[in-house]
Design a protein around this ligand. Sequence first.
Ligand SMILES: O=C(O)CCC(=O)C(=O)O
Ligand SMILES: [Fe+2]
Length: 295
Amino acid sequence: MQGSSLRGNRGPRYKHRAGDATAYEGIVVRKLTPIIGAEIGGVDLAQPLSNRIQDEIHRALAENLVIFFRDQVLTPDQHLAFGRRFGDLHVHPAAPHEPGRPELMIVAADENSTRANGEGWHSDVSCEAEPPMGSILYIKQCPAEGGDTLFASMYAAYEALSERMKVYLEGLTAIHDGEHVYRGTYANLGVADKPSYPRAEHPVVRTHPVTGRKCLYVNRGFTVRINGIPRDESDGILRYLYEHMENPLFQCRFRWQPNSIAFWDNRCVQHRAMWDYWPHRRYGNRVTVAGDKPR
Ligand SMILES: O=C(O)CCC(=O)C(=O)O
Ligand SMILES: [Fe+2]
């Protein structure tokens, strides 16, 4: 028996394609790891973006899956305008938003909270038929330490599967359900429940519409069932995939400061927020860019 997936018989079991380093002219891109995460410098998102800078930001997102900006001072309208450069904005089916601004979701926890956003691994709102392409989280207030967010590459998780497992998963679909995630979740913030929440069927392995790369597309938060196989087999396969995708080899971890922004590609990234800072307050807004049907 192999003791650990990190110690194969002949070197590392997982060999990632780390991607080619490409040149940027208008922005500075500093990678956090070879496969996921980069800090972007040299750009003030409060200013109108030229098409060239926007293209470079888009390319940095495609290459690094989640990109981070520091020391950004944006009004709510500037945050919304930045999101609109990448597509139509998405309105969350359950979470609270800033008054009069449905597309400006509130992400907050303090000493009175009974929960914090995104405490388990998930991709945002994958229960919808057309889940968001990306989320842009702007943290305005955070503790001196704690409250990091973890991001994981679902390309890397897919590529590290055995060839036999890739063949097995090909063509399977799964149910993603919002009901157990959202019902009652925001009650203590005064948000009333809706009669129902979204539920959708998606491929277990999807192909990214921009990069053409395959990635795993099931997550602990929303995915409840793989279709067309017995329930116990579905439970077992999902349990394996979740354990597999949580390998730290596929991850980066971002340490926030006030006025930092994270922009993740929600099609190929899962994330998880650490609520390790109670009773301190962490506060920000998320602008979410609409996406299309996973294929
Ligand atoms: O608070 C965070 O760092 C992330 C919360 C979350 O899951 C989200 O905003 O989508
Ligand atoms: Fe999230």
